[in-house]
Structures are given as structure tokens and as C-alpha cells.
Design a protein around this ligand. Structure first.
Ligand code: ASN
Ligand code: ZN
Length: 308
């Protein structure tokens, strides 16, 4: 019986070194993690600047199990943080991969050219390199990795339709679980956003207004349901449920709040849920798990952002 599991090392996007779950076959090491408590694997690919049609690309390999090169940095973090997000969902909720059935978690880095984005394609994650000024390699932020993988969780649970209020909730749940996975700050994406400027971020849960998002229904933006309208402002109006999450977490703490958010997403929310139904779903989840004091805190949080 040959043992293929190996423990490698690598350098991440921000220059930090980390330990990696790898796989050895014919003296070649792969970013291929078979150690998680599931049938599926976590595997990481490099697309060499290719586009959607050529996904997933090529396995990231190293002859010495030391992933230290510049080209490998984006892959190291995509692989490491996918494992971290798997562990978060498994340890916190007993969820086994995004579909709770042990699906493979696949990531591709070096997607496209100067691509300032990352995404869940419906099948896997993709990460651009950024253009070097707006973003550096997007997998270098664990909250971005958690955000994208949470889209996969949402797609296999509530299936919130990606437009208008249901889409803004889809976005918000990805930001909120991005916070739960790494709750050091209320910011999203700051680790890779504008590498030349410190202190800024893509979005903020505590102060959506700082990044051109509304934080109250009085500021709700009616945008067209088109790509240029951000599908009715899904990345804009998400500021409103994000601020409600901020109030909730401040009031009852992370540990209760994450249970309540997970229950709402997996039990109560539906594809067409709007902000008002999300408020109801979260109040009910809070009541189910922690009783009326928690339910009241959730209720107040949503009233504070003008959702009744
Ligand atoms: N980064 C974006 C997101 O996850 C990609 C998209 O627009 N779907 O929200
Ligand atoms: Zn998103």
C-alpha cells in the first residue's frame, strides 16, 4: 500500500509560508488534498491565463513539495483557504463540502488576463490575478475564498435567484460567511484590494456607505436587472442586509449569529426570498435556536436598516 498523502509547504500571495495538504505520485507533488472527512478532494489548477472554455486547466505540481515560486503563490492560497473554508463549514455545522455530500472542491488560479474578479462558476471557483493596481491575486484573501465558496453553499440550499433583492441576499450571505470564516475585521477583500493603498477594501459590513453601498432602505438603489445594472444591484443593495448582519452580530455575538444565519439559509430561505422574508427567516431561526431574546435582537437589527 503506497501512501500518496503528503504534507508540503508553500508561500502565499502575501509572502507568508504555510503547510499544504498535497499528494505524491511518481515523484511529483500535486495541490490535491485527500485528507478531509469526505469522499471528495480539494484540488487546485492553473489556467495559464486561459478563459472559461479551457477550465479547469492544469494541476499545480512541484517536484520538491515546496511551492515557493511566484507563479505558485496564487495556487497556494486558493488551495489552503479552500481547506480552511471546508473546515469552517464542517467544524461549525457538520456540513461536508458545499453540497453537504462531499463534492470535490475545485479551484483554478491565473484565470484570464488582468482579471479583477473571482467567481463560483456553478461548478468550480476561478480567481483572476488582478491588474496589479486594483487587485493582486484574488485568492490571497480568505474572505474572498469564503465568499465564493458560500455561493456554492447557497446554490445547493436556498438557491437565492441572482437578481434584485434575492440576489442581494445571495451576495450578503456570501459576505457574512466571509466574515464568519475570518472574523478579524468587518472588511471584505482588503488583503488583495489596491495593493498600493492600505486600509481600504471592497466592501464593509459595519459601514457599507464607505464603499458606495446603501445601509438603509431609504437609500435602496433601483437598478435594471441587466449585467450593467449588476442584476438589480446585487453587489450594491447587499449593503442593507450586510448592515443588518453587523447589528445582529454586535448584539448577540458571532457564535449564535452564525448558527442563525446557517439555519435561515439551509432551512427557511427560498429562491424568491426578499429582504422582508429574510428578516422573517432569521427571526424564526433565532427563535428556534436561542429563544425570544435572540429573535428580538434580529428583529431590531432589521428595523434599524428599514426592513419590516
Ligand atoms: N466576485 C463576484 C461575486 O462573487 C463575481 C460575480 O459577480 N458573481 O459576487
Ligand atoms: Zn458574490
Amino acid at each position: 500500500n503506497v501512501v500518496h498523502e503528503a504534507s508540503g509547504t508553500g508561500t502565499g500571495v502575501l509572502g507568508d509560508s504555510k503547510t499544504l495538504n498535497t499528494y505524491v505520485y511518481n515523484n511529483t507533488y500535486y495541490l490535491f488534498d485527500t485528507t478531509k472527512p469526505m469522499n471528495g478532494v480539494i484540488e487546485t489548477f492553473d489556467n495559464y491565463g486561459g478563459q472559461y472554455s479551457s477550465l479547469p486547466g492544469y494541476y499545480v505540481t512541484d517536484s520538491g513539495n515546496t511551492f515557493y515560486s511566484e507563479r505558485q503563490k496564487a495556487a497556494v492560497d486558493a488551495h489552503y483557504y479552500a481547506g480552511e473554508v471546508f473546515d469552517y463549514y464542517y467544524d461549525t455545522f457538520g456540513r461536508v463540502s458545499y453540497d453537504n455530500q462531499g463534492a470535490d472542491i475545485r479551484s483554478t488560479v491565473h484565470y484570464g488576463s488582468n482579471y479583477n474578479n473571482a467567481a463560483w462558476t456553478g461548478n468550480q471557483m476561478i480567481y483572476g490575478d488582478g491588474d496589479g493596481s486594483t487587485f493582486t491575486y484574488l485568492s490571497g484573501a480568505d474572505d474572498i475564498v469564503a465568499h465564493e465558496l458560500t455561493h456554492a453553499v447557497t446554490d445547493t440550499t436556498a438557491e437565492l435567484v441572482y437578481e434584485n433583492q434575492s440576489g442581494a441576499l445571495n451576495e450578503s450571505f456570501s459576505d457574512v460567511f466571509g466574515f464568519f470564516v475570518d472574523s478579524e475585521d468587518w472588511l471584505m477583500g482588503e488583503d488583495v484590494y489596491t495593493p498600493g493603498t492600505s486600509g481600504d477594501a471592497l466592501r464593509s459590513l459595519s459601514n457599507p456607505n464607505a464603499y458606495n453601498q446603501p445601509d438603509h432602505m431609504d437609500e435602496y438603489r433601483n437598478l435594471p436587472n441587466t449585467e450593467s445594472g449588476d442584476w438589480g444591484g446585487v453587489h450594491i443593495n447587499s449593503g442593507i442586509p450586510n448592515k443588518a448582519a453587523y447589528y445582529t452580530i454586535n448584539s448577540i455575538g458571532i457564535s449564535k449569529a452564525e448558527d442563525i444565519y446557517y439555519r435561515a439559509l439551509t432551512v427557511y430561505l427560498t429562491p424568491s426570498s426578499n429582504f422582508s422574508s429574510a428578516r422573517q427567516a432569521l427571526i424564526q431561526s433565532a427563535q428556534d435556536l436561542y429563544g425570544s431574546q435572540a429573535a428580538n435582537a434580529v428583529s431590531n437589527a432589521w428595523s434599524n436598516v428599514g426592513v419590516n
